[in-house]
Design a protein around this ligand. Sequence first.
Ligand SMILES: NC(=O)c1ccc[n+]([C@@H]2O[C@H](COP(=O)([O-])OP(=O)(O)OC[C@H]3O[C@@H](n4cnc5c(N)ncnc54)[C@H](O)[C@@H]3O)[C@@H](O)[C@H]2O)c1
Ligand SMILES: O=C(O)C(=O)C[C@@H](O)[C@H](O)[C@H](O)COP(=O)(O)O
Ligand SMILES: [Zn+2]
Length: 382
Amino acid sequence: MTAPLKLSDPVKVDVALGDRAYDIVIGRGVLSSLGERVAALRPGVRTAIVTDRTVAKHWLEPAEASLAAAGIPTSRIVVEEGEISKTYAGLEKVSEALIAAKIERNDLVIALGGGVVGDLAGFAAAILRRGVDFVQVPTSLLAQVDSSVGGKTGINSPQGKNLLGAFHQPVLVIADTAVLDTLSPRQFRAGYAEVAKYGVLGDEAFFTWLEKNHSDIFKGGSAREHAIATSCRAKAGVVSRDERETGERALLNLGHTFGHALEAATGFSDRLFHGEGVSIGMTLAAQFSAKLGMIGEADAARVGRHLIEAGLPTRLQDIAGFAQEGLADADALMALMAQDKKVKRGKLTFILLEAVGRAVIAKDVEPAPVRDFLKEKLAQKA
Ligand SMILES: NC(=O)c1ccc[n+]([C@@H]2O[C@H](COP(=O)([O-])OP(=O)(O)OC[C@H]3O[C@@H](n4cnc5c(N)ncnc54)[C@H](O)[C@@H]3O)[C@@H](O)[C@H]2O)c1
Ligand SMILES: O=C(O)C(=O)C[C@@H](O)[C@H](O)[C@H](O)COP(=O)(O)O
Ligand SMILES: [Zn+2]
């Protein structure tokens, strides 16, 4: 872990992928440099910005102004906010609009928004005319620390999260930390779960720093930039070593086997945002690791304690509407987890913990102890 940045230093993190390498540019105000950076990267290019209604209200005009100042023609495609757009219908809308805008093979798609817009626009770019380049301009904390980096793009199926997609790396990521000032507190907290994930899975020193400094990240300032840059460096390192998740990259899925099943069980609705699912999933993964004797109870509890301190849900009972609408039973959750992309020959793979800061990939996990564990958790009092 490196020392916190000064407030005004934009920082560049390199995603070292050979001829598909790209920069992540992080800093307050860097959105205004979008046009000049795109012009330098792709002289003469035309662009289409894909965004959602809420982000458009706050940040579309500044993005368009920056492109216009650099002489770059652009058009806009605005989708509904939330997972409702990360669907077949959302993909059709964006793809048809890109075709109507005559975005050519050498043009650029710009994803301006959170993880939903990034995953959706990135996937549309991956399949449009068999592949058009795209730029990520992440506007949520989650997107700045995670979804804009690494090239996983896609949409959900009603049967599971991100079940259709492609690996398609962006050519540039512009993460303006000032745009997070308009993000709702609940969405900011949800994104924080993915920040904490990097500490839990591979960097105990970062986790300790988060325990002491997390409230400053929520306030803004240099701690926020430091947390985003540290997270991006961690992800860039993993992605550059294992772009297509044949090994190590699966560690980034910590908390997601449970989390994605919970998102599907709540219909990809506002009852549970992705980051909230990851927070509960990460806590469950720590507790399940303790149950298997892989990590001490105290270390497992440390993970959940920090997420609670950050205001995140950590229990199934914390999911909105749990008491009124309930949740799927253990068998239904097991069926949803069977759609996880880490499943091999029908066997579950989990990311489990040996210590805070040391996650491991556990293959061939027997279903019975997982089902029993879920039954136990579902039966807990609210
Ligand atoms: N591709 C990957 O590697 C990866 C990684 C993590 C998550 N994801 C995916 O990302 C999605 C979650 O991303 P998310 O949490 O950003 O959700 P999101 O894109 O739905 O954004 C969250 C909400 O915040 C609003 N918003 C975004 N930026 C804003 C801003 N600056 N000001 C005001 N409002 C703003 C959006 O309109 C939306 O309502 C999930 O679908 C998840 O599966 C993908
Ligand atoms: O980049 C990755 O790899 C991740 O696993 C990051 C996750 O935070 C992210 O939610 C990702 O979309 C999940 O991937 P999936 O392959 O399980 O859909
Ligand atoms: Zn995630």
